[in-house]
Design a protein around this ligand. Structure first.
Ligand code: ANZ
Length: 984
């Protein structure tokens, strides 16, 4: 019997997509039961959207692509939950209210309704029955309940904290709204204002947030971003006594206690706590000047203060500024030296102790500062550079030959150029160098070397560059393990007159004149880099074990009394032990959670007439957001203060004189626990039942945006750990796997924005080419497990559409004898290779290469005359997660059903194609290698290996090489799949 699949001639995506979306909804295809017999639960999640009003292509990228993964897991036999909801509180609702005079609630819920429709047009396998909306009282009741649990545990507290404040708008600004120290809206200078604020004590969890990362199966870059955000630093606290005041000290935090003898001044932050006390005691002689400086720094953001190189795009990060605090001097505990104290804003008040010991010789910022204010630079760490990578790597266990050597930095007579030397044998690039002989000093040795090695005759000594640079490496020409003590000297040529160079030298090295910028890049070793920096006037050496140019940069102590000769690491331990204490600091700050905003979750706290805070009792939750607020204009206080209802409610429940908390919560609180709610979204007794949580948590894979790595994901981990400690959840980590996606750019390669006119409208596109095409194009644009940036390419969209049309057409064309496999071995092999590739790639979120594999297979299909229904169906199943509507239509076309002898059923309930390893095994053959007809060796190869390939394989065999030494190959005789014969 001969069948022809008959379908609509035209691939009418509009009709098909609408039809199946309705059917799936009717059939409740994606509603997930808590338990299904014989199936394991699998929870995959994508960050829920903010209801901004209109889906853009970024939303499509975020939601449509991970659906491929969810669908695949379902076909692989898991009971998959793939939920969706809305992160519905937040500032834009209020801004819209101010601008268009609409109610923030109405604005939000209208947007949600509209976006739900748009999201449904994606045809995702979302379980809509589990939808959560964070601004629903049924949801935020539990946000409040959880807040109170943390409060009871001492993890939520109130304290005064500095916030960015615009005196003209009368409002608090987020850091992003205070760029360059100016208010984003009106341009007024931003100041700092202290307000009572609520905090979560996330810092209590810093260590666990850090160490538990080790057990997570996350990409390294995400872990690193979190680690950096937590910013653990192990160091030393040291006390510097204020002169003539035995009781008072300035305590500093340093990671480089080894540099203690090099301290030439101290710096305190403008916010330093003892400043007020000093002012009152009138010990600061120049208080006006100091106060002026402190006021000036108030408008600067932390980023401006800590970037020490000027950023040309923003103009921020000037050379460091500061003022000496006259009247105060401190004593170095190590050597009794007296040093001045400065106030400077490059030191932050909220890190370490807010005070720093400044070591200009070994810290870049201190060096810049010292240069600017004429403060001494005292070297206490001599560089020790060890070549560890490369052919000239130092061999640790071998004997070492020690040498004094001069490094001659030679300036051109008329141009701004310096003489570079290239060692021909080794490729080493640097300066003219040479040994310092008995009785010579560096200067004499330098002059001698220059004459010998370069031939230049008229050389002038400029100066000795202070300091010695120790370097360990393998001298390759002599094959000697070396410890060189380099002494750099600066020379200048008077003119270009040159005598012949000794022949031997000429062979060993080439010489080259290079400008300053070129020279930096020319240098191949870290020791010569330091010479260059010193020649350019930079005497700051910061090495503490890092690798640069294949060299490890370490140091040895000098001018440090009893500690001389120790390495940095040894000295840190010993100096800490003798003069200070070991301490650990974190960059992570407590989480400021209160907002002076309307559209957020009310903080469920009330104050008695004495101003003491009390919890709103459980029976009064949800503590409703009042609806009688009309003015959302920010005034530095929460708009909730204007609510009569809230005040009356508070007094009615708690008594006269009681006041509510007016602040609302940061929306990051709402999103720190929402994934738990999906497991039990309708529960009105608990935030989620523990058994239900156990069914689903932890989330197996969580996809989201790069920008949420440090904040949302870290906050959610903190919250979950706190809930775990409270016994409310079953595990300490909420997300087994986290993946960050990339960014879709406009067709012009720029970030999409309305003002640039490069925004791609998904609705229009879906209308034109269909949801399946858009989704599949986005999956094809780049690997989904990386955070790359991908420009939108209409040509690519067309390409995908064409691919789907070809699949469609093949359905019309295929002739088949039966529903069983055809005998085509090659096609079968290809099919199983495709199964393997697509399955693995989906698992790794590399949807792009999975699609490529299917494209290759489609080519094969098109070039095969007879394709069995079984083969085509398998292919269709692989494609189903990517193009769910079209594959469903083909699967359920009348002919297809007839062929399968089945009734209508969803392809998405089918089993994922199984890989048969035996089908992809390449057959191997043994090729014999002969030399002059005698068998000398043999090798394994794939069937059909080419002559060239076989020859290369044969020549690589030692047994063959042995017979060919000193022989010339005259001819090669090749017998396919059998013999390579060399005639010599
Ligand atoms: C002396 C020193 C010498 C330092 C040297 C570095 C190099 P991390 O690793 O980030 O923790 N520091 C300490 N508190 C600071 C503050 N509140 N604001 C700005 N800088 C501060 O950095 C620790 C180092 O940063 C400390 O070690 C201190 O400078 C500086 F050759 O002390 B160091």
């Amino acid at each position: 019997m001969l069948y022809i699949l008959v379908m609509h001639e035209k691939y009418n995506h509009q009709e098909i997509e609408k039809k199946w979306q309705e059917k799936w909804k009717e059939q409740k295809l994606y509603e997930t039961l808590d338990e299904v017999k014989g199936k394991k639960n699998f929870y995959t999640l994508v960050e829920f959207p903010y209801p901004s009003g209109n889906l853009h292509i970024g939303h499509w990228y975020a939601f449509a692509v991970p659906d491929i993964f969810a669908r695949t897991k379902r076909m692989q036999g898991y009971n998959v939950m793939f939920p969706i909801g809305f992160d519905a509180f937040g500032l834009p609702a209020e801004n819209a209210a101010i601008k268009n005079k609409v109610d923030p609630k109405k604005w939000t819920y209208d947007n949600i309704a509209f976006m739900e429709k748009q999201l449904q047009s994606m045809g995702n396998s979302f379980d809509w029955s589990r939808k959560v909306i964070t601004s629903d009282p049924e949801y935020y009741k539990w946000t409040q309940w959880l807040f109170l649990k943390l409060y009871e545990k001492g993890l939520a507290y109130k304290k005064k904290a500095g916030v960015n404040w615009c005196p003209s708008c009368n409002t608090v600004l987020a850091n992003e709204q205070a760029v360059g120290g100016k208010c984003e809206r009106c341009g007024t200078e931003v100041t700092q204002k202290d307000l009572e604020q609520w905090f979560f004590k996330i810092t209590d969890y810093a260590e666990r947030l850090l160490s538990d990362l080790d057990n997570l199966k996350w990409p390294e870059e995400i872990k690193t971003a979190q680690k950096n955000w937590i910013g653990k630093s192990e160091g030393t606290s040291l006390k510097f006594e204020i002169r003539n005041s035995k009781s008072e000290t300035i305590e500093v935090f340093t990671t480089r206690a080894d540099t203690l003898f090099g301290v030439t001044y101290l710096v305190v932050a403008p916010e330093y706590e003892k400043m007020e006390k000093w002012k009152e005691e009138k010990i600061i002689k120049n208080w006006d000047e100091v106060q002026n400086y402190i006021n000036e720094t108030k408008s600067k953001t932390e980023i401006e203060r800590t970037t020490w190189k000027k950023d040309p795009s923003t103009g921020s990060g000037q050379v460091k500024t500061g003022v000496e605090i006259k009247g105060i001097k401190v004593v170095n505990p190590a050597n009794g030296e007296e040093v001045p104290v400065f106030v400077a804003d490059y030191v932050l008040g909220n890190y370490g102790t807010g005070a720093v010991m400044a070591v200009p010789a070994h810290d870049n910022r201190d060096f810049e500062f010292a240069k600017k204010y004429g403060l001494p630079v005292k070297e206490v760490i001599q560089p020790l550079i060890t070549k560890e990578i490369g052919e000239d790597a130092f061999e640790k266990d071998k004997p070492v030959i020690e040498r004094r050597s001069v490094v001659a930095v030679i300036k051109h007579w008329s141009e701004d150029k310096y003489l570079g030397a290239i060692w021909k044998k080794t490729g080493w690039q640097g300066f003219v160098i040479g040994g310092i002989e008995e009785g010579e000093d560096a200067k004499t040795a330098g002059l001698r070397e220059i004459t010998e090695e370069t031939g230049y005759k008229n050389v002038e000594f400029v100066k000795t560059l202070p300091g010695i640079i120790n370097a360990r490496f393998l001298q390759r020409v002599k094959n000697q393990n070396r410890l060189a003590h380099f002494e750099p000297v600066l020379f200048r040529l008077k003119d270009g007159e040159r005598a012949g160079v000794v022949e031997e030298e000429k062979i060993l090295q080439d010489l080259k004149w290079l400008g300053p910028d070129e020279f930096e890049k020319f240098i191949t070793h870290a020791d010569m880099q330091i010479v260059w920096q010193r020649a350019m006037g930079n005497y700051c050496y910061t090495g503490d074990g890092e690798m640069v140019l294949g060299c490890r940069r370490e140091g040895i102590l000098v001018s440090s009394g009893e500690f001389n000769g120790l390495t940095t690491a040894e000295a840190i331990t010993k100096i800490t032990k003798k003069f200070g204490d070991k301490v650990t600091k974190y960059k992570l700050r407590d989480w400021l959670l209160s907002r002076q905003r309307y559209w957020g979750c009310p903080i469920p706290v009330v104050y008695d007439p004495q101003g003491k805070p009390h919890k709103v009792p459980g029976k009064n939750l949800p503590w409703l957001l009042p609806e009688d607020v009309k003015d959302f204009e920010p005034k530095g206080e929460s708009p909730l203060v204007t609510s009569k209802e809230l005040k009356e409610r508070t007094e009615k429940i708690f008594g006269n004189g009681w006041k509510p908390e007016f602040d609302t919560m940061d929306t990051f609180v709402d999103s720190s626990w929402y994934f738990n709610r999906y497991t039990d979204p309708k529960n009105d007794k608990e935030f989620a039942n523990k058994e239900k949580l156990k069914n689903w948590m932890p989330v197996k894979r969580y996809s989201g945006g790069d920008e949420h790595t440090a904040r949302h994901v870290l906050y959610a981990r903190f919250f979950h750990k706190a809930l775990f400690d409270l016994g409310l959840v079953n595990e300490a980590e909420p997300f087994v796997e986290r993946m960050n996606r990339g960014l879709i750019l406009g067709p012009d390669g720029q970030k999409m924005s309305k003002s640039k006119g490069n925004v791609v409208d998904p609705d229009e596109l879906v209308e034109k080419v269909g949801s399946d095409t858009v989704k599949m194009y986005l999956a094809f644009i780049g690997p989904y497990n990386e955070t790359g940036q991908y420009p939108w390419d209409l040509g690519g969209v067309v390409g995908i559409r064409r691919f789907l049309e070809r699949v469609w057409k093949i359905g019309l064309k295929i002739e088949s004898h039966s529903a069983e496999a055809s005998g085509d071995k090659k096609l079968e092999n290809q099919l199983h290779k495709t199964i393997k590739k697509v399955t693995e790639d989906i698992e790794n979120y590399k949807f792009n290469t999975a699609i490529s594999a299917m494209m290759i297979f489609l080519n094969e299909l098109e070039h095969t005359n007879q394709v069995s229904k079984g083969t085509f169906d398998t292919f269709l199943k692989l494609l189903a997660p990517f193009a769910p509507h079209m594959t469903e239509e083909i699967w359920n076309s009348p002919t297809s059903l007839k062929l399968r002898g089945a009734n209508e059923s969803s392809i998405h309930l089918e089993k994922w194609p199984k890989l048969d390893e035996t089908k992809i095994k390449e057959e191997k053959i043994t090729v014999v290698v002969q030399i002059n007809g005698k068998v000398r060796a043999q090798f394994e190869a794939e069937v059909g290996i080419s002559e060239k390939g076989a020859k290369e394989k044969a020549l690589a065999l030692p047994d063959v090489q042995k017979w060919l030494v000193d022989k010339k190959i005259k001819k090669i005789i090749f017998v396919l799949n059998k013999i390579v014969n060399f005639v010599v």
